[in-house]
Design a protein around this ligand. Sequence first.
Ligand SMILES: C[S@@+](CC[C@H](N)C(=O)[O-])C[C@H]1O[C@@H](n2cnc3c(N)ncnc32)[C@H](O)[C@@H]1O
Ligand code: SF4
Length: 330
Amino acid sequence: MLQGYTFLGDPVDVVETSRGCTFDCSFCSIIEMRGRNFYTREMARVIADITDAHDHGAKVIFLVDDNVTLDVRRFEALCEAIIEANLHHLRYIVQGMTSAFAAHGERLAPLMKRAGFEYVFLGIENVLEADLAFLKASAKNAQREGGRRVGNATLAAIEILHRHGIFVVGGLIVGNPDDTSEAIEANLAFARAHVALNGFDGADTQFLDADVNATLRRFIEEGRSFDAIVLDPPKFAPTVAHAERAARAYKDINRLALKLLEPGGVLMSFSCSGGIGADLFHKIVASAGLDAHVDGYITERLGASPDHPMTIEFPEGEYLKGLVVVRKLG
Ligand SMILES: C[S@@+](CC[C@H](N)C(=O)[O-])C[C@H]1O[C@@H](n2cnc3c(N)ncnc32)[C@H](O)[C@@H]1O
Ligand code: SF4
């Protein structure tokens, strides 16, 4: 049982029913780590794991499967097994693929709802066909029937899941090497439209397509400050050879962010660079604090989640690191 983890206030645990994926999206870390494979676990074992999590106090289950919708029949059988085992009073979160929900959602979504599924992460990735082609993820936008393309799978999947009372969290990837501002703006417009469609006040939510360093500097000049800042930049140092240059880049954004933080505010600063170890990352953030004349308490050191593969034969798997820093009041 995971201790101390909650989802919207309720104790959460993770269960694995399958692993891997046979698609080949160019950005996907799953394919990098495991190759194009799909392994499934026996249904009885999955139900035993969910029962065990429940017996240890879990109220929410995150199914960590990379692409549970790769085998829709099996996913339906899983929903049925959950209902049969009387485990459908738990709340479930899962990640699945747009095209699978577009093709099978009319049958799948109501069954998922009955089984207790509440949130689905959809890898939407991008709303533009050209970007999806670059990401080798064109299948995500194609709604097919009888081998023919009949519509937009992303919009169909969102509509079907919403209609059955299931929340959707969508992932968008922008900033491909040849992306234009217009291409990024098209994706941000899609995100903005869904903020409004969900009944939220758009004025409270800003999506900016901007140069991070220049924008943070402008915010400082304008005297703005923030209660919480999350820095989650791309991989500045894929290998140790890039570490020196990357260290300067990490220090710059951390220095600017610390300056923008309210006293008592929280900075969550991350690095996914294999070339920057946790100790070096701490030193970089410390040095950024010195330059910014800002001190803070490290309240948490973060790493990969428990389902992330870190084997003794694959030390490169340990590349995710993060610090949670609360700015000192004085
Ligand atoms: C394991 S997939 C789960 C979703 C599901 N398999 C799908 O394709 O819709 C996890 C999601 O994380 C994101 N992701 C995976 N690798 C990534 C990477 N290297 N950089 C950024 N996002 C990534 C993508 O949005 C992807 O859809
Ligand atoms: S479909 Fe999902 S899990 Fe499969 S390769 Fe693409 S992003 Fe990764």
